[in-house]
Design a protein around this ligand. Structure first.
Ligand SMILES: Nc1nc2c(c(=O)[nH]1)N[C@H]1C(S)=C(S)[C@@H](COP(=O)(O)OP(=O)(O)OC[C@H]3O[C@@H](n4cnc5c(=O)[nH]c(N)nc54)[C@H](O)[C@@H]3O)O[C@H]1N2
Ligand SMILES: Nc1nc2c(c(=O)[nH]1)N[C@H]1C(S)=C(S)[C@@H](COP(=O)(O)OP(=O)(O)OC[C@H]3O[C@@H](n4cnc5c(=O)[nH]c(N)nc54)[C@H](O)[C@@H]3O)O[C@H]1N2
Ligand code: SF4
Ligand SMILES: [Mo]
Length: 718
């Protein structure tokens, strides 16, 4: 079991969401853990949220796995690490030998982006297996944003973030950062930041719900779900109409401006009123206020990416920023310059972004970033034929709860020949695994936010050490050991030589020397820091426990671009081709039909923190939000039960009548449905799995990203 190595206070970075807050974790003899915000943190300056405050409880959760589990006769039992790897060695290589590499699929989830093992050792595992069946939570999330930045700027990581410290006009579309704490925009204390922007300028929130963010904003514009693409086109049309297109310093490095102007002219504000539910005068005013603000930026998130036109909406967000000259200037959308691992800061030529290099076998959906859409995983497992998936490795993911069409996926998992999960919980997904390999708790491992600093609104670097010792091997051991087994090595192969070889390869790729005296993620991080744009290495970040402030974002154009032309490609065909689908979309009927969207809660984190007592209580409930008009029309009452049905499933849930939601729209959070898993706290308030009524066939066509916002549903009293 774990023993405290520190009886005092350790500054650590919270790895639970994208805000990367600095925490002070105090441990005392007897095992009590106290958590506060770290006021000296160069980025978060003392801010923390209830999840960060509960990290000690998470660490201590008795249901968190500390030993590998093997499924024997349908029941999970604790085994030794040797037994676990022997089982993998006995079953995985023969399966690959018989059915080929593509018979093995990988699914990795959100926590792998918050974990150095995931950031550094997952790719080598994927490569060792050599499968094209790679899936992640990204295709139920942000992929349209990355697809767009890949095509416009040349690299999926070349993603401009709102310069919150200097902007005077922040237009937020389909995001609720006061609750989510920000996404693809690493910025602790969103409440404080939004308050400052509202004091010096404007914050406008476009959302079908009056969210906490909308309440803190200077204006809330209620939109009909999925209307964003039309809204943004009409805003661009207004700029063109009023002569407000002004590229400023971007003039001369953007191709395709005329084409975009031509496209937008077909969408004057009057033509989109039914689509958006917003009147033409408001759309014109929004466009004019945005274009005439000194420093303005549009920011869009889940409500714009996980909807039927996620790529077009994400594209138009960039378009609006570019046409008003707000990309790459202070107070606009700027490109961070991370200290380590940022592909667009490496010198030398880079290959422009490509997608669709292969397609899924059954539905022919395209590859993006080496991944296939998560919505096709179930059919790839269940459909017989050459290339059928027969084994699955999940790493930090709970697709049964996170991916639309849960019932089908659950059936498919039950029929696999082999399933391995690197995961610290026995849950809705891992209960199907033959082998579960848990890793250390977030307080038992070192941490550096390699991925999230690529989206930070200020350039910073922060290493945090483990607070506790543990005898649970790090997750990167599991990734290297499975890779070795797939490579034909015995289950007992030691990880050190494998890690040395990886470090040598990473070093040679980055033109640096692997340090002696370091191993594992620390050594790889050292290489990436040395190869990075600042004069840093592992020792320097380790010596700064509250982080290193590398300053506000700086202009990076044109050097940051890696498009074939070396310029910004504003109207790539890969994106504009989807306008045809948009034009063919029928106008929404005057509807009795309801559409379902999601929502998040501050004291919740996707599907996996509901077993922490201080988080799973109070208003953090899995209820269906319904507008009073709809409640009346459908015969629903507050606190009563409703049956919600889509074309792919149905579920029963408690109703919460609220005026914060737009008429015609209902909202249900995802990540629930824990009736049948270990964990007394989670099971006591299980909620329902909203993805039971998620529809695998509803996707953003260019990327195959799931639509989780805007699912047609019928709601009747239960
Ligand atoms: N309907 C609907 N569906 C959605 C969404 C929505 O808004 N609505 N949101 C989507 C989004 S944005 C996302 S990101 C996905 C999330 O989808 P997933 O990533 O599949 O789900 P999570 O709930 O984040 O699952 C985390 C899993 O990782 C495990 N875990 C926790 N910590 C660690 C760790 O340190 N190491 C490892 N190896 N495992 C760990 C947990 O036990 C759990 O099994 O859900 C998506 N699904
Ligand atoms: N507390 C908490 N924090 C989290 C998470 C969590 O589960 N809980 N999850 C983390 C993850 S994985 C992610 S990806 C981020 C997500 O971060 P956000 O995107 O900020 O979070 P959401 O709450 O999904 O916000 C999406 C908003 O879009 C609105 N919306 C729905 N449909 C539409 C539409 O068609 N148009 C418009 N304009 N708006 C629409 C919803 O009402 C909602 O308010 O949050 C992260 N942080
Ligand atoms: S906002 Fe995110 S990073 Fe900060 S304490 Fe909360 S969960 Fe942790
Ligand atoms: Mo996410």
């Amino acid at each position: 079991m774990t023993t405290a190595v520190a009886t005092t206070t350790t500054p650590v970075t919270c790895p639970l969401c994208e805000a990367t807050c600095g925490l002070l974790v105090s441990t005392a003899d007897g095992g009590s853990i106290r958590v506060r915000g770290d006021r000296d943190d160069v980025f978060s300056a003392g801010y923390l949220c209830p999840k960060g405050a509960a990290i000690g409880e998470l660490h201590a959760d008795p249901d968190r796995l500390r030993r590998p589990m093997l499924k024997r006769d349908g029941v999970h039992v604790e085994v030794t690490w040797e037994e676990a790897y022997d089982e993998i060695a006995r079953r995985l290589p023969p399966l690959i030998a018989e059915r080929g590499s593509n018979a093995v699929a990988l699914y990795f989830g959100n926590p792998t982006a918050h974990n150095l093992a995931g950031a550094l050792y997952l790719r080598p595992l994927v490569k060792a297996i050599g499968t094209t069946n790679v899936y992640s939570a990204g295709t139920v999330d942000q992929i349209p944003k990355m697809f767009v930045t890949g095509h416009l700027y040349g690299d999926v990581a070349t993603l401009p973030v709102p310069d919150l410290e200097r902007t005077e006009h922040l237009l937020i579309i389909g995001a609720n950062p006061l609750v989510s704490n920000g996404s693809m925009m690493t910025a602790p204390d969103m409440r404080g930041r939004i308050r400052s922007i509202a004091e010096r300028g404007r914050v406008v929130v476009v959302d079908p719900r009056r969210t906490r963010t909308a309440e803190a904003a200077t204006e809330h514009v209620s939109i009909r779900p999925g209307g964003d693409t039309w809204l943004l086109l009409a805003m661009v049309a207004t700029l063109v109409e009023d002569g407000l297109v002004d590229l400023g310093h971007l003039d001369g490095i953007v191709d395709g401006v005329e084409e975009v102007e031509r496209i937008a002219k077909d969408f004057p504000p009057e033509s989109v009123v039914a689509r958006t539910g917003i009147d033409a005068a408001t759309i014109r005013r929004m466009a004019r206020e945005f274009a005439t603000a000194d420093r303005a930026v549009v920011y869009g998130r889940m409500g714009t990416t996980t909807q039927p036109f996620g790529t077009l909406a994400s594209w138009l967000i960039e378009v609006l920023n570019i046409l008003t000259g707000n990309v790459d200037r202070p107070g606009g959308a700027m490109f961070p310059l991370a200290a380590a691992g940022q592909p667009n800061s490496r010198p030398g030529p880079r290959r422009p972004f490509r997608h669709g290099r292969w397609h899924s076998r059954v539905s022919q959906l395209p590859e993006v970033m080496g991944e296939l859409p998560a919505v096709v995983l179930a059919e790839e497992i269940a459909t017989p034929g050459e290339g059928q998936v027969r084994a699955l490795i999940t790493v930090g993911g709970n697709p049964v709860v996170s991916v639309p069409g849960s019932a089908t996926l659950e059936d498919a998992l039950a029929g696999l020949d082999l399933m391995i999960s690197i995961d610290p919980y026995l849950n809705e997904t891992t209960r199907h695994a033959d082998v579960i390999l848990p890793g250390p708790s977030p307080l038992e491992r070192g941490h550096y936010d390699l991925l999230l600093y690529q989206y930070a609104v200020r350039n910073i670097a922060r290493w945090s050490p483990p607070v506790f010792d543990t005898d649970v091997p790090p997750e990167w051991h599991a990734m290297l050991r499975i890779a070795a087994i797939v490579g034909g090595m015995p289950a007992s192969t030691s990880v050190e030589p494998l890690d040395d070889a990886l470090a040598a390869a990473v070093a040679s790729l980055n033109g640096a020397e692997p340090a002696t005296g370091l191993t594992g993620p620390e050594r790889l991080l050292d290489i990436l820091l040395k190869a990075g744009p600042y004069d840093l290495d592992f020792a320097t970040v380790e010596a700064a426990p509250h982080g290193i402030d590398l300053g506000p974002l700086q202009p990076r154009l044109p050097g940051v671009l890696s498009t074939a032309s070396g310029r910004i490609d504003l109207a790539p065909a890969a994106i504009t081709d989807d306008l045809e689908r948009l034009r063919a979309e029928p106008e929404p009927a005057d509807r009795a039909e309801l559409v379902l969207i999601g929502r998040r809660h501050l004291r919740s984190n996707n599907s996996w923190m509901h077993n922490v007592g201080s988080l799973n209580r109070g208003s953090n409930t899995c209820t269906l939000h319904v507008h009073p008009d709809d409640a009346l029309r459908c015969g629903l009452s507050d606190g009563g039960a409703a049956v919600v049905a889509s074309r792919s499933g149905r579920l029963e849930v408690a109703v919460e009548v609220t005026e914060t939601i737009r008429p015609g729209v209902v909202s249900l959070p995802h990540g629930w449905g824990h009736d049948d898993v270990p964990g007394d706290v989670a099971r006591a308030r299980p909620g329902v799995n909203s993805n039971l009524i998620g529809d695998q066939r509803l996707v953003d066509a260019p990327t195959g990203t799931a639509v989780v916002n805007g699912i047609p549903v019928e709601v009747v009293p239960a």
